[in-house]
Design a protein around this ligand. Sequence first.
Ligand code: FE2
Ligand code: FE2
Length: 199
Amino acid sequence: MSVRNIYPVSLSIIRDEHEHLSSVIQGMLYFVRQIAHGGPCPDLKVFRAMLYYIKEYPEKNHHPKEDLYLFAKIKERTHQLDGELDALSEQHSKGELMVRQLSNALLDYEFCGQPAFALFNAQVEQYAQFYFAHMRVEEERIIPIARQILNDQDWQEVDAAFLENRKILDDAGERYKYEQLFSLIVNITPAPIGVANPL
Ligand SMILES: [Fe+2]
Ligand SMILES: [Fe+2]
């Protein structure tokens, strides 16, 4: 079976969401590495906003849509990827737990200071490694096969599910809620990661 010529909109949304999430994780990594090397620490609100983004967006929208639509459709068409898809779904649950642990480690760092930094630092590094590997498998292994085996009807259903993500608007009903949150992170994060004044 050949790859369709039209690139499914759901896959563009998945890639955009991965890019945003990667930038947020890279931002956390940048600052913990800076602190680990004796550099200044940004306002902890920056870390809180980043963790809030991960908790609100990928955990509540991106992962469930992958499990319920993309992975489910692939499993209907082939059992070739069952083991890998199950592993990715387990990672979605594990990621949620890791983010909760990260939030706790950040609270410890905020209220106990330097002695609590090592654990927070280690958990950010661990989460980054874990999540980058997860996205790589989805993009390099799963999506290329999905493009070969899902038919037009399948993609219509997967596309519709992911397009729903774009309908979650902010309180003013004007802007896609998570883009607004992402912009807020960029605005409060010091340069060179964000656009706020450098530390
Ligand atoms: Fe995923
Ligand atoms: Fe993903």
